[in-house]
Design a protein around this ligand. Sequence first.
Ligand code: PHE
Length: 354
Amino acid sequence: MKTKGKALSNIKDFKLKIEEYKEAFKNASVKVKDEKSLQELRNLYLSRKKGYLRVLFDELKTLKPTDRPKAGQLINGLKNYIQKRLQSLEKRIKVPKRLIREIDLTLPGRNRYWGAPHPVLLFQEEIERIFLAMGFSIEDGPEIETDYYNFEALNFPPHHPARDDWDTLYITDDLLLRTHTSPVQIRVMEKQKPPIRVINPGKVFRKEAPDPTHLPMFFQLEGLVVDKDITFAHLKGTLEFFLRTLFLEKINIRFRPAFFPFTEPSAEVDIECTVCGGKNRECRVCGGEGWIEILGSGMVDPQVLKNVNIDPEQYSGFAFGLGIDRTALFAYEIQDMRYFYENDLRFIRQFAQK
Ligand code: PHE
């Protein structure tokens, strides 16, 4: 566009010229993309020295004095229009200062840490999968139990010395933190009739000082099978199959006679120490014995079946209780069970599933 039009003497021509400027400004404003081009457009029209509006004002002199006020109004109208338009363009283009400061695209991105299942829970699920595949189902029970479920229904008479084997944390005379998952056996048999094939994983509590293989809170997994003609061979076969699947065939296991008030006969099952392989007399995990007890088991005592109104003449069963954290220790070849609960992320993260 020409900046210096030839002198005008006619208000009509002046009006046309103003409209041309307006049109030209509109077209130019559409192309404004950034602050630099916005500033250029502003200077082109509004610059005090040589902007188009300045030139137009200068041209007023060439008009008849009577036409000048009208022409002045027209220029001011154009000026207002241009200023408004520039303002709204500016709003659209300018990035707020605050945002500029906060977003630095050259910085490395922030990592998001996803939560993950705890290693003991992962291990519990591994165990569950093996039993689910054998046709077991999963049942739950309360962590706060009554004396009846934790002891009495399991054939511990009141004041029986066998109760001392479980270092019980009492809440009241009758309420306690369950010392094992065996009370869930009773709860299951109360509401389900044979055939029964269940596992019950969960937290248990004992008054114990923490050491590499003992904790005051740990996880057990109870198993219970009740049906016609269930024998010790079923117990042995099931547990052997389970342990060989869990430890990928490589583990040595042994059954040792034991006593539990709620099973008869009873057996404890040991696995060979995976930390020292039985070769270190000072092993902190197996105490140099080479074997570690990981579960208690036995044939359900007929008295326990009677307690839940199942006829021991018709039915028999077996049960077992496995220490989940304890067994995880050997599966993962970890020296100390306390690592599981210190929540050191350097330890915990090693088990995260990709
Ligand atoms: N409840 C027993 C314990 O905590 C383990 C066990 C369960 C033994 C089932 C026999 C049958 O030591």
